[in-house]
Design a protein around this ligand. Structure first.
Ligand SMILES: Nc1ncnc2c1ncn2[C@@H]1O[C@H](COP(=O)(O)OP(=O)(O)O)[C@@H](O)[C@H]1O
Ligand SMILES: [Mg+2]
Length: 260
């Protein structure tokens, strides 16, 4: 069950209170001929640990731009970004890719699984990049796949799984490195409504177990699962509200086997 505590700080230690994502005055502009297009216009956003935040906005409002910056896939033109206490601008490419591999679990609209590779191997892959030893990789991958309800599909390849199951594999892959944040870009965009609901129940469960989730969506009923909704328009934040998250069945579905 979701505890709606309006982000009380009572039981949180000072270290844990530092926001996991701290964006201040983020500007991203592109030069198009002799005009400058501003995809982000001085965005400031602070995300505390354990929040489930949905970023909404129409096409062209700057969602992907912001996502790429949060995911360390792109740099802002100006402004400051720190992720889990690390100032991103200080990092060279090697450190940046290390941050991406260890601090961020990506979930994409198109799943981005490797074809002809089993679910298990797909989940193991980012851990290999993160330097996790083979035996531990295997164990953690199995645990993550069980957690998402795919303990009986370890050897299935992506084309032998439904869209919903493929997205679950990608969630297992995202959580296997135990990242600081899960960054999901339109994760239900390619799913039918049943699979979307199932995926949002899984996110709700991960959130209930303390995961920080940043999710882009343009669908209101998907954003309803988040505990906070930020709305973008023309590169600016025009709304930022906390809400009581919706859950499709109101009960715990019991899939979770462990806390991490
Ligand atoms: N590489 C780029 N070069 C020029 N303009 C861009 C580039 N990327 C995005 N933009 C512009 O920035 C704005 C925001 O784009 P984007 O972040 O992709 O929006 P969204 O994901 O919300 O659809 C749009 O006007 C888009 O045309
Ligand atoms: Mg986009």
């Amino acid at each position: 069950m979701i505890v709606e505590d309006e982000v009380t700080t009572s039981s949180v230690s000072p270290a844990a209170e530092a926001p996991i994502i701290a964006l201040s005055n983020i500007v991203k502009s592109y030069r198009m001929g002799d005009t400058e297009v501003f995809a982000s216009k001085s965005i400031s956003l602070s995300v505390p640990r354990g929040e489930f935040i949905a970023i909404m906005g129409a096409s062209g409002s700057g969602k992907s731009t912001l996502m790429n910056i949060i995911g360390c896939l792109d740099f802002p033109t100006s402004g400051h970004y720190s992720l889990d206490g690390v100032n991103i601008r200080q990092l060279d490419d090697r450190h940046l890719s290390r941050i991406r591999n260890t601090k961020i679990g990506f979930v994409f609209q198109g799943f981005n699984l490797i074809p002809r590779m089993s679910a298990l191997k797909n989940v193991e892959l980012p851990m290999a990049y993160a330097g996790v030893k083979p035996k531990e990789r295997r164990e953690r991958a199995i645990m993550a796949l069980r957690l998402v309800g795919l303990g009986d599909r370890l050897e299935h390849q992506p084309n032998e799984l439904s869209g919903g199951q493929q997205q679950r594999v990608s969630v297992a892959r995202a959580i296997s490195t135990n990242p600081a944040i899960i960054l999901a870009d339109e994760p239900t965009g390619a799913l039918d409504s049943k699979a979307s609901t199932d995926l949002m129940d899984l996110f709700t469960e991960l959130h209930a177990h303390g995961r920080t989730i940043v999710m882009i969506t343009h669908e209101k009923d998907i954003a309803a699962y988040a505990s906070r909704v930020v709305e973008l328009r023309d590169g600016s934040i025009i709304a930022d509200r906390r809400q009581v998250a919706t859950k499709s069945d109101g009960t715990s579905n019991g899939r979770t086997g462990s806390r991490d």
